[in-house]
Each structure stands twice: as C-alpha cells, then as structure tokens.
Design a protein around this ligand. Structure first.
Ligand code: SAM
Length: 286
C-alpha cells in the first residue's frame, strides 16, 4: 500500500521524530495507555505506547542485547531472572538464550501490549510462551512488594516515568527490588536519555544510590529514541560490571549477537564528560 501517512513522536515541546507509516496494524486503548503497532517504511514494525516509540524491528536488538546481556554476563551464574514491563517480549527473548537461566518471570501490567505484540511483532514476542517463562499480567510494583522469591538479576524494562511506570523510578520500589534480589543480585533499568533527560537520570541514580552499594550508568546507540544515545542504570550488591566480567563466559556461551560483545560491555560504561559531570557523585563508573 502506498500511503502518505507519517507519525510524529513529540518529545516535550521542542522536538519531533517523524516516521513514514505504510500500514496501521493495530490500534487500541487499554486501561493504562494507547497501544499502536504500525508497519513503517525503513524501520519495520513499530510499537508505540501513548504515541511514544517503544520498539522497532530495525533496531530493537541494540536495546534488548544491552539491557539483558550486560547484567547476565556480569553475574557469574544467573538462574532466576525477573523482568518488570517488557511487554513486547524482546528482553525475555534475550534472557532465555542464557543456558544458566532456569526460570524467568515477567510482570507486565498491560495485556494489550503482550497480545498485540504476539500477533503483530513475533520478532520480539516469539518466546513469550517459552516453558521457562512465567508471564504475569500485573503491576511490577506490587509484585516486588509481595514476592518471597529471590532473583539473581532484575531487569526493569519500563516506559518513561509517567502513568503506571512512575513508581518504577521511586525509592520505595527499589527498596523492594533490593529485598527480592539474591545476596549478589543486580538490577538494570531503562535509564532514559543523557542528552534530554539528565534530570530523570539524576533522580533515578539518587534513588539507586540510597539503596545499593554500587551504582553505574551505561549507554548504547539506537535509531529511534530521541537523541540516539540511550542509557541503562546498573545497581549491584556485589559484582562489578567490568572487573567481574569473565570474557570466557561470553566466548564460551556459543551465543552470537548483533550489538553486544565483550569489548562493548566494558566500553559502554565509559561515559562522555557531560554525562560524568552531570552525574558526579551518583555513579561509580570511574
Ligand atoms: N523498550 C521500551 C522503551 O524504553 O521505550 C520499553 C518496552 S516495554 C513495551 C515497557 C512496558 O512497561 C510497557 O508495555 C508498559 O505497559 C510496562 N509497564 C509500565 N508500568 C508498569 C508497571 N508498573 N508494572 C509492569 N509493567 C509496567
């Protein structure tokens, strides 16, 4: 179909990112957000929540490699993993590639995101029925408050701090996350843009610092989030993200990646000076 439809993701009131749409595949409104899946020209299928780009087929591997493999290769033997959010399934897909992982629990608040991605974006959602995955439709905040399980790695694959994702950036949530991590557990979280949201990074890292002995930020490059450079926070009870990386585990895993590699794992923690200065006192990267 030849369409003249474009969608524009507006960032605050001064930036717009436009994508050419070939076909609208799904549009719905859940209790939590609007959910749209479109076929774009140039970026493949794209998921938008509340008009914000979550995932595109073209570059999702960068985000999902880096949110998953950095903590899973830092932890020496991750067996039990928790994902909060991540309804498109890309993070679960990558976590489940690690043979040490015996169980992965994913708590996503919005069944519409999961169902729509299963139907229209199998590239990310293909492992959402995996036998090692327990998929819970519910609030991640409540889950970490009430669970008695201990997790080696927790991945907070959330939207921006609005609506139901707002508490996922707060101290009460991270105190519960700390309690349900094993003694050498690691939590990695979607950490926003250093170009456009240094204030959110400062606030999230202030929270993490209050709860965890070591906190870090690492970055990766992508095509479809404003500014291109995006970040994850990394908070850990014990393992150091660079010094405790066993490069042989990456080599011997037999896994191949389009973005992640052992050199990049460490390099991702080297930050530009405007980020180091903006987050001075809040990160242990140097
Ligand atoms: N890669 C994406 C990004 O940063 O743009 C995030 C991917 S994923 C689609 C984010 C998911 O977090 C959404 O599907 C949303 O429904 C879910 N979410 C938001 N708040 C949540 C909460 N409190 N508990 C569980 N899931 C939540």
């Amino acid at each position: 179909m030849n369409s003249n439809l474009w969608i524009e993701e507006k960032f605050e009131d001064f930036l717009g990112l436009k994508f050419k749409v070939e076909k609208v595949l799904f549009s719905g409104k859940s209790e939590y957000q609007t959910v749209d899946i479109v076929e774009t020209k140039g970026h493949g299928k794209m998921l938008l929540n509340d008009g914000l780009v979550m995932v595109t087929e073209r570059d999702e591997f960068a985000y999902h490699d880096m949110i998953s493999h950095v903590p899973l290769f830092t932890h020496p033997a991750p067996k039990n993993v928790l994902i909060i959010g991540g309804g498109d399934g890309g993070t679960a897909r990558e976590v489940l590639r690690h043979c040490s992982v015996e169980k992965c629990t994913m708590v996503e608040i919005d069944s519409m995101v999961v169902d729509a991605c299963k139907e229209f974006i199998p590239q990310t959602a293909k492992d959402l029925d995996h036998d090692k995955l327990t998929l819970i439709i519910g609030d991640g905040v409540e889950f970490v408050k009430n669970t008695t399980e201990k997790f080696d790695v927790i991945i907070v694959d959330s939207t921006d701090p609005i609506g139901p994702a707002q508490p996922l950036f707060g101290e009460a949530f991270y105190r519960d996350v700390y309690d349900c991590l094993s003694d050498d557990g690691i939590v990695v979280s979607q950490g926003e843009s250093s170009w456009y949201a240094l204030d959110i990074q400062q606030s999230l890292l202030t929270v993490l610092n209050a709860v965890f002995p070591q906190t870090y930020l690492y970055s990766f490059s992508n095509l479809t989030y404003p500014g291109g450079l995006w970040s994850f926070t990394f908070a850990t009870k014990k393992h150091h993200p660079i010094n405790d990386l066993d490069v042989n585990r990456v080599t011997n895993s037999g896994l191949s990646f389009d973005y992640y590699n052992a050199n990049l794992h460490s390099a991702a923690f080297a930050l530009p000076n405007f980020v180091r200065n903006g987050l001075a006192g809040l990160i242990d990267n140097d």
